[in-house]
Design a protein around this ligand. Structure first.
Ligand code: ACO
Length: 330
C-alpha cells in the first residue's frame, strides 16, 4: 500500500544560552517586571549573541528531531525552514542541509512570520500526500533580537530567540487531521519589519532604491484584537475538517505571543486552562520557533503522549494565520 498519510515522528528544540529577565530588561527601557508579566505572561527571554547563527540553533533543534524520529540526515528528502530572520536573505535552509549532512535533501526557506510553522507543516504535508517525498524536516527558527528596536519598550519586551523542529514522515494512516490557512494583506501595516530604500543615483538618469530593513513596528491593540477573533475561527474550521468536536482536543498549542491571547482564545473555544500549552514565561515570543519549541518541551516533559490530539495555531505578520489539527506520534 502506498504511504500517502503524514505522521510527525520527532521533535527538537534549541535556544541560545543567554537569558534576559524582565528585571534586567528594565535597566535598558522604562518598564517593570510587573508590567510585562501582567500584560504578557513573559518573565524572561533567550537572546542570541553575535556569534550564534540562526543556522546553528536550527541545526541543533533539527538534530534532536531527527534522532527522535529514528532516521539519519541522509534519509531526508526535504528541509523547510520557516523564518523571517535568515542568516542570509538568499536563504538559510541550505546551510542547515550542509551542517546536517543531509546530502539528498532539497532545502528552502518559507516566510510567513509567526504563522511560518503551521504554514510549513501544511506545505510539508502536501509533498508527502502526493507521494513525492517520504521524510521531511520542518524547522521554525527566528532571531528577532536582530530586528527589535531596543529603545522601544512597547515591542522589545515581547520577543526572544529560538528554534524548534519536527520530522514528518509518510505513513499508511494520516495524522494530520485537518487544517485551515488564511492571509489578509490589507492589514499588513499592523506588524512590519519592512525594507526602506533611499534613492541612490548610479549614473546620470539611473536611480535605484538602496537601504536596509527597519526594526519591528507593531500596533499591539490591533494585533491583539485580530488574534482573539481570527484564531478561534480557523481552529473551528480545522476541527470541522477533522470531523472532531472541540472536547476531543487534548492540547491547545498556540503561537506563544502573549498569555492574554492564549487565555482569551481558549476561553472562546471553551478549552479548559489545563489543556493550554504555554512556555511564554521562559522564552517570550519566538515567532516561527514558538510552536515547535513549546511542542518539543511538552513532549519531552511527558505532557504530550502518543495519540494525543493537538490543535495548533499560528498567527502574525502578513497578516497570516492558520490552524492544524494533528495526532501526536506514530
Ligand atoms: N512597560 C511599561 N509601560 C509600557 C510598556 C512597557 N514595556 N509598553 C507600553 N507601555 C505603556 C504605554 O506607553 C502606554 O502608556 P500611556 O498610556 O502613558 O501612553 C500604556 O503602557 C499602555 O500601552 P498600550 O500599548 O495601550 O498597552 P496594552 O495594554 O495594549 O498592552 C501589549 C500592550 C501587551 C503589546 C498588547 O497590546 C498586546 O498584547 N498586543 C498583542 C500583540 C502581541 O502579542 N504581539 C506579539 C507580536 S505579534 C505576533 O506574534 C502575532
Amino acid at each position: 500500500m502506498q504511504k500517502l498519510g503524514v505522521v510527525i515522528t520527532g521533535s527538537g528544540s534549541a535556544t541560545p544560552a543567554t537569558a534576559l529577565d524582565n528585571q534586567e530588561l528594565s535597566q535598558r527601557v522604562e518598564t517593570s517586571d510587573e508590567w510585562i508579566r501582567s500584560r504578557t505572561g513573559i518573565r524572561a527571554r533567550r537572546l542570541a549573541t553575535a556569534s550564534e547563527s540562526l543556522s546553528a540553533i536550527a541545526t541543533q533543534a533539527a538534530t534532536e528531531a531527527i534522532a527522535m524520529a529514528g532516521i539519519t540526515p541522509a534519509e531526508l528528502d526535504l528541509i523547510l525552514l520557516a523564518t523571517s530572520t535568515p542568516d542570509d536573505l538568499f536563504g538559510t535552509a541550505c546551510q542547515i542541509q550542509a551542517q546536517l549532512g543531509a546530502t539528498k535533501a532539497v532545502a528552502f526557506d518559507l516566510t510567513a512570520a509567526c504563522s511560518g510553522f503551521v504554514f510549513g507543516l501544511v506545505t510539508a504535508a502536501q509533498y508527502i500526500r502526493t507521494g513525492v517525498y517520504q521524510n521531511v524536516l520542518l524547522v521554525g527558527a527566528d532571531i528577532l533580537s536582530r530586528w527589535v528596536d531596543w529603545e522601544d519598550r512597547r515591542t522589545c519586551v515581547l520577543f526572544g530567540d529560538g528554534a524548534g523542529a519536527v520530522v514528518l514522515q509518510a505513513n499508511e494512516s494520516d495524522r494530520l487531521l485537518g487544517f485551515e490557512l488564511k492571509s489578509d494583506g490589507t492589514e499588513n501595516r499592523c506588524l512590519n519589519l519592512s525594507y526602506k530604500a533611499q534613492s541612490k543615483q548610479l549614473i546620470q538618469g539611473v536611480n535605484i532604491g538602496h537601504g536596509t530593513y527597519q526594526p519591528i513596528t507593531m500596533n499591539g491593540k490591533e494585533v491583539y484584537r485580530f488574534a482573539v477573533q481570527r484564531v478561534p475561527e480557523v481552529i473551528d474550521k480545522a476541527l470541522f475538517r477533522a470531523n472532531l468536536s472541540v472536547d476531543k482536543v487534548d492540547w491547545l498549542l498556540l503561537h506563544q505571543a502573549n498569555q492574554r491571547i492564549l487565555d482569551a482564545v481558549a476561553e472562546r473555544l471553551k478549552i479548559p486552562p489545563h489543556k493550554v500549552i504555554s512556555n511564554l514565561a521562559h522564552y517570550g515570543n519566538t515567532s516561527a520557533a514558538s510552536i515547535p519549541l513549546a511542542l518539543d518541551g511538552a513532549v519531552r516533559q511527558g505532557q504530550i503522549q502518543s495519540g494525543d490530539i493537538i490543535a495548533a495555531s499560528g498567527f502574525g505578520a502578513g497578516l497570516t494565520w492558520g490552524a492544524a489539527v494533528f495526532q501526536w506520534g506514530r
